[in-house]
Design a protein around this ligand. Structure first.
Ligand code: GLC
Length: 712
C-alpha cells in the first residue's frame, strides 16, 4: 500500500505506517483497501500542493522538534470581526500586540459560516473559504507570511466535530440525496436517539435542549450536540475521516502553525455512554497526527477538551500514544481551580488537584489561561474536593454563586450560564474585569477595591505566565474590558450570554494604556512586564522541572522550577491579607536572605525566618540577588494621632529581622502639616515592618494593634 504514496514520503511513512494502519483498522474495521487508498490520495494531493516556503518551515521545526516549548511564546485570541473588522486590518495591530509581548495569535473561527445564528463562527459552511465578510484566503495567507517574518505564529480553529446545516454535505442530505447521507448521524425515528438520550448530557440545555433535531425536509432526526444548526459529523465512517483530512490539510497549507481542534471530546459516539472522551476520539487524533506529520510536520494540534482533569490530559496522547496526539491542550483545570482558589482565598484544592494530575508527555504543553471566549465550567471533581474535606457539589455551587455575586463577600459580577435547575450548579459568563472585582470597584468608585482587583489580575496572570505551558491573554483583558451588553440588541446573539465577554475591541480605551496612572496603563503593563520577564527566564522553558511545594499556609501557592541547576520559585498569596510563610517549609534555595523578584526585577530581602507576601502578592524568586544594591534612607509617614506632649517611635518587627538581631527602635519627629515622620535606612527591595509606640514622657500610652509594612 505504501508504494501508492508519493515517493518522497515513502521512507518517512515507513516509521509509523504499521501503527497508523493498526489504529485505522481499529476505528474502521469495516473499511476496505479502497478507503485507505483514498486517504493516501489525499495525502499525495496536499503534499504536492504545499508551498516550498512552508516546507522549509516544516524542516526547521522537524529539526527542533520541541520548538513550541520555548518560553518565548505568549498567546492571545480574538474574533477578527470584533477586533479589527477584517483580516487585513490585523496587520495594523501587530505592533500593539508586540508591545504587549504577544507573538502567537489564535484567530477565532474565520471560515465561511452560516448566516444568522452561528455560535460565534463555530458553524462552518465551507472549510476552504475564509468568511468573505472578513476577507479572502489570500488576506489570511498574507497575514501569516507577515507574521512569520516577525517570528510570530498563528492558530485557527478546525471545527471538526460538526458542520453547519448549511454546509454542502448537509444540504445534500436535506435534498434527500444519498452521497453524504452517512456523513452525519441521521435517524428515521426517535427510537435510537431516545436510547442515546438516556445517558447523554446536554451542552446548551437553555437554548438548545436535547441532542437531536428534527428535520422536517426529510422527516428525520439529526444528531446536534450543540445548537440545532450544528450537525455532528459521523467519524465512524471512513469517508468522513478522509473528507475531514482533506479539509484539515487544506487549512494547514494556508500556512497556519496550529490547528485548534474544536470540541474533541464529542468526536466518537457509543450507545450507553455520555459520548464524550471515548477512547476512539483520542485514537482518531493520533491517526490524524501521523498524517499531518507526513504532509505538514510543522503544524501542531491544540485540543479543546474542557472536561475533567484526567480526561483533558488524554488528548495529549494516552494508552501507549503519549505525546502522539495533540502537542498543546487547554489547561482548563488550572484555569477553573485558580478561580476557585482566589474566591475562597485558599489554595488547598488547587494544589491537591494539580499534584494528583499525571505528568503530561515531555513533548506536550499547555495553553494556560484565565479567560477565553467561553463560559467557565467548574471542573472540580467530587474526589478531589473530598480529598480536601469538601463536598464537590457544594464547592461547585460556591463557585457559581461567588462569581455571580450571590455571596455576601463576593466582588464578582458574572452571570449564570446554563444553570442546572435541579442542583443549582452553573457555569458562568463574564469578563475578567467583572470576575476579579474591577468592574464593581470602578462602578462603586472604591479606590482600595480597585487596587485589590488589579492585584488579583497580576496574581492570576503571574501564575499562568509561570506554570508549564504557553500563557494566553484573552484579548481586551489587558485593558480591562468590562461586561458588555450590546449582544442583547442582536437577535442572533441575545440568548447566549457568553457574548457578555466577547465585546468589540475598544481601541479608544486601548489608547489609555499610554497614559500613566490609568487602569488601562496598569493592566497593560502587568502583562507586558510578565511577557518581557518570562521570555528571559530559562527556568520557564517547557522542559524545566516543575514541582509543587506544599506549605503549611494554605493561602499561599508555591511552585519551584529547575533547569540546568537554576531555580525559580513562585510564591503567590491568594488572600487579601498579608501572609507569612516560614522559610523552613521551602526548599534549601529559599533558606537564604536575599532574592531577586524577577517580576519586578528588584532585589528583595527577608532577613528573618519568614517571607512576607502582601495582599494578593506574587513573586518569582531567583537567587540572582545583586549585592551591589545600595541602601537608601527612606522617610516614613507614621499613621498615628497624638495629643500635645506625646511622642512617637517605631519598633522594627521581629518577623522581618534576621535571627538573633535586635529590633531597631527609632524616634519619630513631628512635621507641621504632614504628621509624624521617621527616617530609616533600608536596602532597596527589602521588606520592613513595624509597630508604632506612643509615649508621654517615659510612659507608654499605646502600641499600634496592627503591623505596618513598608516594601521598599
Ligand atoms: C467549542 C467552542 C465554543 C462552541 C463549541 C461548539 O467549545 O469554544 O465556543 O460553542 O465548541 O462548536
Amino acid at each position: 500500500m505504501l508504494d501508492k504514496l508519493i515517493f518522497d514520503l515513502q521512507e518517512k511513512a515507513k516509521e509509523f505506517w504499521p501503527d497508523f494502519q493498526y489504529i485505522y483498522k481499529t476505528l474502521y474495521s469495516n473499511s476496505t483497501d479502497k478507503d485507505l487508498i483514498a486517504v493516501i490520495e489525499t495525502i499525495n494531493l496536499f503534499y504536492v500542493e504545499r508551498k516550498t516556503s512552508l516546507k522549509q518551515i516544516d524542516e526547521i521545526r522537524v529539526n527542533n522538534k520541541n520548538w513550541h516549548l520555548d518560553q518565548k511564546w505568549i498567546a492571545t485570541m480574538f474574533y477578527t470581526d470584533l477586533y479589527t473588522g477584517n483580516i487585513k486590518a490585523i496587520e495594523n495591530r501587530l505592533d500593539y500586540l508586540k508591545d504587549l509581548g504577544i507573538n502567537y495569535i489564535h484567530l477565532m473561527p474565520l471560515l465561511e459560516t452560516r448566516e444568522g445564528q452561528a455560535d460565534g463562527g463555530y458553524a462552518i459552511k465551507d472549510f476552504r473559504r475564509v468568511n468573505p465578510k472578513l476577507g479572502s484566503n489570500e488576506d489570511l495567507m498574507n497575514l501569516i507570511e507577515k507574521m512569520h517574518e516577525e517570528d510570530q505564529i498563528i492558530a485557527i480553529d478546525f471545527v471538526m466535530n460538526h458542520t453547519a446545516k448549511e454546509h454542502n454535505w448537509a444540504q445534500s442530505v436535506l435534498r434527500g440525496e444519498s452521497q453524504y447521507a452517512n456523513y452525519y448521524y441521521i435517524f428515521s425515528d426517535r427510537n435510537i436517539p431516545d436510547q442515546f438520550e438516556k445517558t447523554l448530557p446536554e451542552v446548551f440545555p437553555d437554548f438548545a435542549p436535547g441532542n437531536f433535531t428534527y428535520q422536517p425536509e426529510i422527516n428525520k432526526w439529526v444528531w446536534t450536540t450543540f445548537n440545532d444548526y450544528q450537525w455532528d459529523l459521523n467519524y465512524s465512517e471512513p469517508a468522513v475521516f478522509n473528507a475531514m483530512l482533506g479539509e484539515m490539510l487544506f487549512l494547514a497549507n494556508l500556512g497556519v502553525d496550529i490547528l485548534r481542534l474544536d470540541a474533541v471530546p464529542f468526536l466518537w459516539k457509543k450507545l450507553g455512554t455520555n459520548c464524550q472522551n471515548q477512547e476512539e476520539a483520542v485514537l482518531l487524533l493520533v491517526a490524524y497526527k501521523y498524517l499531518i506529520n507526513l504532509v505538514a510536520p510543522g503544524v501542531l494540534f491544540k485540543s479543546e477538551a474542557i472536561v475533567s482533569p484526567n480526561d483533558i490530559i488524554r488528548y495529549l496522547g494516552s494508552g501507549g500514544y503519549e505525546g502522539k496526539a495533540c502537542e498543546i491542550g487547554y489547561n482548563a483545570t488550572l484555569m477553573n481551580h485558580l478561580w476557585h482558589a482566589i474566591a475562597c482565598e485558599n489554595t488547598h484544592l488547587l494544589r491537591t488537584t494539580l499534584s494528583k494530575l499525571p505528568k503530561i508527555p515531555a513533548s506536550s504543553t499547555w495553553i494556560n489561561y484565565i479567560r477565553c471566549h467561553d463560559d467557565i465550567g467548574w471542573g472540580i471533581s467530587d474526589q478531589n474536593a473530598a480529598d480536601v474535606g469538601q463536598n464537590g457539589h457544594e464547592t461547585r455551587l460556591f463557585c457559581s454563586n461567588f462569581y455571580t455575586g450571590n455571596l455576601p463577600n463576593s466582588y464578582a459580577q458574572g452571570y449564570f450560564f446554563q444553570k442546572d435547575k435541579m442542583n443549582g450548579e452553573s457555569r458562568i459568563s463574564g469578563s475578567t474585569a467583572a470576575l476579579i472585582g474591577l468592574q464593581r470597584a470602578l462602578i462603586e468608585n472604591k479606590k482600595e477595591e480597585v487596587f485589590f482587583a488589579i492585584n488579583r489580575f497580576r496574581l492570576l496572570h503571574g501564575i499562568i505566565f509561570f506554570m508549564k505551558g504557553i500563557p494566553l491573554v484573552y484579548a481586551g483583558d489587558e485593558i480591562g474590558h468590562l461586561n458588555n451588553f450590546d449582544y442583547l440588541k442582536d437577535e442572533t446573539k441575545k440568548e447566549d450570554n457568553r457574548w457578555l465577554h466577547r465585546p468589540k475591541m475598544d481601541w479608544d480605551k486601548a489608547e489609555l494604556r499610554l497614559k500613566s496612572g490609568t487602569i488601562e496603563n496598569m493592566l497593560f503593563n502587568v502583562i507586558a512586564n510578565l511577557a518581557k520577564k518570562r521570555k528571559k527566564l530559562s527556568c520557564l522553558h517547557g522542559n524545566a522541572e516543575e514541582n509543587l511545594i506544599i506549605l503549611k499556609n494554605d493561602k499561599v501557592f508555591c511552585v519551584k522550577k529547575i533547569i540546568n541547576n537554576k531555580n525559580l520559585v513562585l510564591l503567590a498569596n491568594f488572600s487579601r491579607e498579608y501572609q507569612w510563610i516560614e522559610k523552613i517549609d521551602i526548599p534549601i534555595f529559599i533558606q537564604i536572605l536575599n532574592y531577586k523578584d524577577e517580576i519586578n526585577g528588584c532585589n528583595i530581602s527577608f532577613p528573618g525566618d519568614s517571607i512576607i507576601l502582601p495582599p494578593y502578592g506574587i513573586y518569582w524568586l531567583s537567587d540572582n540577588y545583586d549585592f551591589k544594591v545600595e541602601s537608601k534612607i527612606y522617610t516614613l509617614n507614621i499613621d498615628v494621632s497624638t495629643f500635645p506632649g506625646e511622642s512617637v517611635y517605631i519598633i522594627e518587627n521581629n518577623l522581618t529581622l534576621p535571627r538573633g538581631e535586635k529590633p531597631r527602635q527609632l524616634s519619630c519627629y513631628w512635621k507641621d502639616g504632614v504628621g509624624w515622620l521617621v527616617e530609616i535606612e533600608q536596602k532597596k527591595g527589602s521588606f520592613f515592618s513595624y509597630n508604632w509606640v506612643k509615649m508621654y514622657g517615659n510612659e507608654k500610652i499605646e502600641v499600634s494593634k496592627i503591623q505596618f509594612f513598608f516594601p521598599t
